[in-house]
Design a protein around this ligand. Structure first.
Ligand SMILES: C[S@@+](CC[C@H](N)C(=O)[O-])C[C@H]1O[C@@H](n2cnc3c(N)ncnc32)[C@H](O)[C@@H]1O
Length: 252
């Protein structure tokens, strides 16, 4: 493993929840709620969408890795002739299938972790993977499989730093847990370079999203619901969630 890949793995491992905190959590702090990931009817005009449309040209197929509700793939409706959604959560794949139906896009889904299921997925003209890298510890095989699955190119979208890093002051406040620095876009780009890939990188500001509710943050912090008022008050005193995102594009 290259040194950039080792650094990525170390920073990502430092984001885990220590077992003693997890043991007293009243509910699992993990998992994404599909309700938060429904793709909008009218896609946002972002650099990731523009890059996907350029790669697709007049027409082509798309694989969406870590698809959630299909925000990334369904932004390419029009030239996209077929969409494959890949996710570890069946409820997300159900949402993806419903979104494809509504839009009249031929689609299929594959359940399981990327890159383990890459062989089942095969290739597509364009591979998109939005807001998944910060979930991954062992990044080289994940990225290499994205490259291998794409005929024309790959579009990755990610936040400038780990999406939960804005809550680090609350881990310190409620658990006296002092987290290491978060992995960033530059760290991901360094791992790609170790694979001989030089991506085009565009940095931009996302539309403001609703901050996660105190209920959600309380569960994330492994605290019981009765601590919600304290969490709400503490949330008011930390800097808002950063909105800086990056689009990484490369060709196989
Ligand atoms: C933050 S959500 C992003 C969803 C969607 N791409 C979007 O931008 O709205 C991350 C998604 O990736 C999925 N995921 C995380 N790691 C994965 C992996 N190794 N393979 C496949 N899916 C994964 C999660 O289940 C979740 O649906």
């Amino acid at each position: 493993m290259g040194s950039a890949a080792e650094r990525w793995a170390e920073l990502q491992s430092g984001r885990g929840v220590p077992p003693e905190i997890l043991a007293q959590a009243p509910a699992s702090p993990w998992g994404h709620d599909p309700a938060d990931f429904t793709a909008p009817d009218v896609p946002e005009d972002t650099p990731s969408r523009a890059a996907g449309l350029t790669l697709l040209g007049a027409s082509g197929t798309v694989t969406d890795v870590g698809c959630g509700g299909g925000d990334a793939a369904f932004a390419l409706v029009g030239p996209m002739t077929h969409a494959t959604g890949v996710d570890t959560q069946q409820d997300m794949l159900d949402l993806f299938e419903a979104g494809a139906d509504v839009r009249g896009v031929p689609a299929r889904t594959v359940l399981g972790p990327w890159p383990d299921v890459a062989g089942q997925v095969g290739t597509a003209d364009v591979v998109v993977s939005h807001h998944v890298l910060h979930n991954v510890v062992d990044l080289p095989p994940f990225l290499a499989a994205l490259t291998a699955a794409a005929v024309r190119g790959v579009v990755v979208e990610m936040l400038s730093e780990h999406p939960m890093a804005w809550l680090d002051p609350l881990w310190a406040r409620f658990h006296d847990l002092h987290r290491p620095e978060p992995a960033t876009v530059d760290d991901a780009v360094a791992v790609l370079r170790e694979q001989g890939v030089e991506p085009e990188v565009t940095r931009w500001e996302r539309e403001r999203r609703a901050p996660h509710s105190p209920v959600w943050v309380t569960r994330r912090l492994c605290l019981p619901p009765e601590r919600e008022p304290e969490v709400a008050a503490a949330l008011d005193r930390i800097p808002p969630r950063p909105r800086t995102a990056a689009t990484l594009v490369w060709r196989p």
